[in-house]
Design a protein around this ligand. Structure first.
Ligand code: NAD
Length: 482
């Protein structure tokens, strides 16, 4: 029986099952009776075949130049732009987020395509005075070579697009290995690029998990790995690749602080906290997971925040009335509940939520949860929960707030609410985090700004923005005597 193409790998221009013959069921996290499909589960041999194809395709793709490559991306942009609803429905069905969030994610993916297409005529080097007479000195970019793109499940379209679009524009042939929890969206994405005219072998897709990812990292023909995911897997990849000096771009976890000082606009702060902590059920690297609030306004803030959290309607992502959808799977649901239990054990109090939500649909729902009286150095205040669990930590003034904000090993985003211009600029200087927000929600990014963290949230070049070429290209200098 022939299987639907989207359940398969895409290698060298054709859809094919893993030679291992294994499959993995993909379930709708809001309704586990809805089996999206049995997706092929790649083994090392499949990955080797994908890297063979990419290696063979690399030089011809490089040779056509960035403007011709951008024309193919422009066609992909048209095809995906016509199918926003289809992509959004796929994201909601396999990842769980609310449909409006999935539409937002699809538009973010299109924004990075728009930005990348424009870069075809802007991937500039410099010309610079030479030290010798009658000599011109300059720099220019060359493609890095075959790249491996390994992605998580929380942004099943945007994160793959953040990698596929610049890889292709730069002239790199690529092998995409998405999360096994969200294989459908990546299959649709790769199909759109194939339909747009990406030549066979230039973009390959291998479904699967750890074995496939590790095989990609270990293949010496892969010049670089762009990885988004957990700190532990990112560290493993870095260790595995460092022996052959493989280039890595690692976008990792976060434990993001939102500071509320005594002079803050509390109504604005509440809106930012609700969005930052509970959109996408808190499953984002930049999610607001710690509110660090000045003791003088803590009660006033909580009296505004808690009723709003308690009023949130939990439901399937495709229910228009739902304020918060499920988490991605049973393991994530249990991890959230375990984190809350350990936090209580460490002295925190549950101000609201804290339990699994049981609905009339079989799915993995967690009540939006606010923990108060959280010690700044307790586990829940230091480690990523990756779910709708917010810790509120009390502080006295700016200095203590910033010390607590910077006390974690991560450094993805940092947010402050204050009316003081001095403290705004002081905070921009002091935050040990890559993406900073002032008097606005601590999530979201622009295609033309670097998406990046500090400390253990990031290693290597940022994603998005012209800085992304520092991963996908090699810089060359040239001196020309005339
Ligand atoms: P994960 O690290 O478990 O998996 C990420 C990817 O790595 C998956 O495709 C997985 O199959 C693959 N993988 C697993 N083991 C591997 C190995 N040994 N070698 C190579 N590949 C391997 O992460 P996840 O649970 O999918 O995603 C959640 C994490 O992603 C969170 O920590 C979150 O903060 C992070 N994240 C970061 C960003 C960012 O931009 N920094 C964005 C989104 C998510």
């Amino acid at each position: 029986m022939t299987q639907p193409e989207h359940l398969l790998n895409y290698i060298n221009g054709s859809w094919q099952a893993s030679v291992g013959g294994q499959v993995r069921a993909n379930l709708n996290p809001a309704n586990t009776d809805d089996v999206i499909g049995a997706f092929t589960e790649s083994v090392t041999v499949d990955v080797t075949a994908a890297v063979d194809a990419a290696t063979a395709a690399q030089s011809a793709w490089d040779a056509i130049g960035p403007v011709a490559r951008a024309a193919v991306l422009t066609e992909a942009r048209r095809l995906i732009g016509e199918r926003v609803d289809e992509f959004a429905a796929a994201i909601t069905r396999e990842q769980g987020k609310r449909l409006s969030e999935s539409i937002g994610e699809t538009n973010r993916a299109l924004a990075i395509l728009d930005f990348t297409i424009g870069e075809a005529r802007r991937m500039n080097g410099v010309t610079t005075p030479a030290e010798d007479p009658r000599t011109i000195a300059m720099t220019f970019h060359r493609p890095l070579g075959v790249v491996g793109l390994i992605t998580p499940w929380n942004f099943p379209l945007a994160v793959p697009m953040w990698k596929v679009a610049p890889a292709l524009l730069a002239g790199c042939a690529a092998v995409l290995k998405p999360s096994p929890l969200t294989p459908l969206t990546s299959a649709l994405l790769v199909q759109a690029f194939a339909d747009a005219g990406v030549p066979a072998g230039v973009l390959n897709l291998v479904q699967g998990d750890r074995e496939a990812g590790a095989a990609l990292v270990d293949d010496p023909r892969v010049a670089g790995i762009s990885f988004t995911g957990s700190l532990s897997v990112g560290t493993e990849i870095n260790r595995a690749g460092s022996g052959r000096l493989m280039r890595t771009q690692l976008e990792l976890g976060g434990k993001n602080a939102l500071i509320v000082l005594a002079d803050a606009d509390l109504d604005d702060a509440v809106e930012a906290i609700l969005h930052g902590a509970f959109s996408q059920s808190g499953q984002r690297c930049s999610a607001t997971s710690r509110v660090i609030v000045d003791r003088n306004v803590e009660q006033a803030l909580l009296s505004r925040l808690l009723p709003r959290v308690q009023q949130m309607q939990i439901g399937r992502g495709d229910a228009h009335w739902a304020d918060i959808g499920p988490v991605v799977n049973e393991q994530r649901q249990q991890a959230c509940l375990d984190a809350v239990a350990r936090a209580v054990n460490d002295g925190a109090d549950i101000a609201c939520g804290g339990k699994a939500a049981v609905l009339d649909t079989p799915g993995y729902f967690v009540e939006p949860t606010v923990l108060i009286n959280v010690a700044w150095d307790s586990e829940v205040a230091q480690e990523e929960v990756f779910g709708p669990v917010l810790s509120v930590i009390t502080c006295d003034g700016y200095d203590e707030a910033m010390r607590i904000a910077n006390s974690v090993r991560y450094g993805m985003s940092g947010t402050i609410f204050t009316q003081s211009p001095t403290l705004i600029f002081q905070a921009l200087n002091d935050f040990q985090a890559g993406m900073l927000h002032v008097n606005r929600a601590g999530v979201g990014s622009y295609a033309h700004l670097p998406h990046m963290g500090a400390k253990a949230s990031q290693l290597g070049a940022p994603e998005c923005s012209p800085d992304v070429w520092n991963f996908y290209t090699d810089l060359r200098s040239a001196c020309i005597k005339y």
